[in-house]
Write a protein that binds this ligand. Structure first.
Ligand SMILES: Cc1cc2nc3c(=O)[nH]c(=O)nc-3n(C[C@H](O)[C@H](O)[C@H](O)COP(=O)(O)OP(=O)(O)OC[C@H]3O[C@@H](n4cnc5c(N)ncnc54)[C@H](O)[C@@H]3O)c2cc1C
Length: 404
């Protein structure tokens, strides 16, 4: 029997991890990336314990931790008064996971190290500047049409994974509805080399600053040079133009409101994102699957989107392996949607909407009640643990395993 070929569209972290997992099972795999290099814009970094377990499975955990920052704690702050409300400690999960901490490693590092590893497999091919433009399928396989340096080409695979991001061409080619909504505000991401741990005394590597006027997520990443930098995420005002939001006035004054300093902040990167909460109506059509942002997108508060995408990748490749090796019939492929779509709705979508609302609450009484609730959770070891089992997606993995 010929070795099955899996074509993966999209060389983001989810496509790369999917391709690597396929290669490790011994399948031939072709990874197609539309651009000529890995996108290194600042996006995901927060990687939760349940996802670290999966990164360990594809053999990248030591490098992944080595290139990032270990963040045992995360904190909620009241931004207007600059006071810490509560701290959560992942160490309480030490009986539940080998990785009782979050690791802050930028997503482009995961994609890069995964591609580096892929090139060690003789049957794995990585093609940059190769854009999937459509996909067609029949009973035996699926054919991806590619626009690349040599013009239009067809590439046949036994299965195709569409990991081509939120605007997924594969999802559109399959005519799968992307159900949900778009928030009216956008998110502004500023990267600065000012050290917030020296400014906001007592803060840690992951901080959520609640503010009825303008909340902030503040977290530290290692940077490509390992010297460390801070990312601050803010909501824009709905009526604010892109130019206004990205301009010096806006960026400096937003950072000054987090902590005032007597000079302009040294901002090394600015970016603006539209924010959606959307889930594809199905993650499978025949031999073609969606994984990662092509299947679901959410606001970034809590850092769950990519984590969910890596969970998709591993669940999908494990399921394909069971079907290809005839341990299960083709019908099992639908379980991928049942598990991963359900978990995305019940955990990632629900949690990120709660997280955002918690930070932006305007009503003073409700705001106080949310702070009190968090404090009560943190003070009770059992509740503290349950809270972290949920935020770290360990609870979602356990629940998914019970879905047949
Ligand atoms: C500001 C911000 C902060 C975030 N923070 C976190 C966080 O801390 N933790 C977390 O879990 N998530 C976070 N996220 C979400 C996370 O960035 C995404 O979930 C993640 O990028 C999804 O990875 P992906 O591989 O599915 O898609 P992408 O990273 O979008 O990769 C898709 C790839 O496919 C390529 N492509 C597109 N179309 C085609 C095509 N037709 N053919 C071939 N290739 C194609 C693209 O060039 C791209 O390289 C954040 C997002 C933002 C915006």
């Amino acid at each position: 029997m010929k070795n099955p070929r899996i074509v993966v569209a999209g060389g983001g972290p989810v496509g790369v991890v999917s391709a690597l997992a396929c290669a490790q099972y011994g399948y031939a795999v072709t990874l197609l990336e539309a651009e000529d290099r890995i996108d290194d814009n600042p996006r995901a970094a927060t990687t939760h314990p349940s996802t670290l377990e999966l990164i360990a499975r594809v053999g990248l955990i030591d490098q992944f931790i080595g290139e990032g920052l270990v963040a045992r704690f995360f904190q909620f702050w009241d931004k207007p008064s600059r006071t810490k409300v509560v701290e959560f400690d992942h160490d309480i999960l030490r009986e539940e996971t080998p990785y009782p901490f979050v690791v802050q490693t930028e997503q482009h590092k995961l994609a890069r190290m995964g591609i580096e590893r892929l090139t060690t497999f003789p049957d794995a091919t990585v093609r940059f500047s190769s854009r999937a433009t459509t996909v067609n399928q029949d009973a035996e396989g699926a054919t991806v049409t590619i626009e690349g340096p040599h013009g239009t080409e067809m590439l046949r695979g036994d299965y195709v994974i569409g990991a081509d991001g939120g605007r997924s061409t594969i999802r559109k080619a399959l005519e799968i509805e992307f159900e949900g909504f778009t928030w009216p505000e956008r998110f502004l991401v500023l990267t600065t080399i000012e050290d917030f741990q020296k400014l906001l005394t007592g803060c840690c590597y992951r901080n959520y600053l609640a503010d009825p006027d303008e909340w902030t997520n503040l977290f530290k990443v290692a940077g490509d040079d390992g010297k460390g930098r801070w990312r601050a995420v803010f909501p824009t005002r709905v009526e604010e133009s892109d130019e206004q939001a990205l301009g010096d006035d806006s960026t400096y004054s937003r950072l000054q409101r987090v902590f005032p300093i007597d000079r302009p902040y040294n901002v090394v990167h600015r970016n603006l994102y539209k924010v959606h909460q959307r889930v594809a109506a199905t993650f499978r059509k025949g031999r073609v699957f969606l994984a990662g942002d092509s299947a679901h997108v959410n606001n970034s508060v809590g850092g769950l989107g990519l984590n969910g995408g890596i969970h998709d990748a591993m669940e999908l490749v494990d399921t394909l392996h069971q079907v290809i090796t005839r341990q299960a019939s083709e019908a099992l492929l639908d379980r991928y949607t049942r598990r991963r779509r359900t978990m995305n709705i019940e955990f990632v979508q629900e949690q990120t909407i709660i997280n955002k609302k918690r930070l932006e609450e305007r009503d003073p009484k409700a705001r106080q009640a949310r702070f009190d609730e968090l404090r009560a959770i943190a003070e009770d070891p059992q509740k503290h643990k349950e809270f972290l089992l949920r935020t770290s997606l360990i609870a979602s993995v356990r629940k998914a395993q019970r879905i047949e």
